[in-house]
Ligand binder design. Sequence first.
Ligand SMILES: [Cu+2]
Length: 134
Amino acid sequence: MLLAAVALGACAPDKGSRFSASGTSIGDDVSGTNAGGGLKPAVVVRLEPLTFEPADFQVQVGRRVVWKWAGGVQHNVRGGDEFKSELKSSGEFSHTFDKAGTYEYICDVHATTMKGTVEVVDVPTSPTSSSSQP
Ligand SMILES: [Cu+2]
């Protein structure tokens, strides 16, 4: 009994710390939280005069994407019914993707050249990491 408890006790924290050392940001985002407001964006997309850079990319569920106006040209960012920014020529807009899926977005002003796709993927969660914490 005692031996088993000691062995477990010695083993669990070690495992836990190795886990968090290798995947800190991922674990925090997913299990932690409600809103993730203070987190760094996972991706920053620049709005160049006629394109999004990068236009197509992948993020994990719960991560925030920021669009930054770079060229002094009026643009907006609209992803169907999911998110929509104002029409403006500077500043930024951000959106946090809470569900996995593929989200196409465009700039309404330059819809022929400014379009992209965000692929939101589930984060693999390790079954033991949350329950092994004291
Ligand atoms: Cu535009």
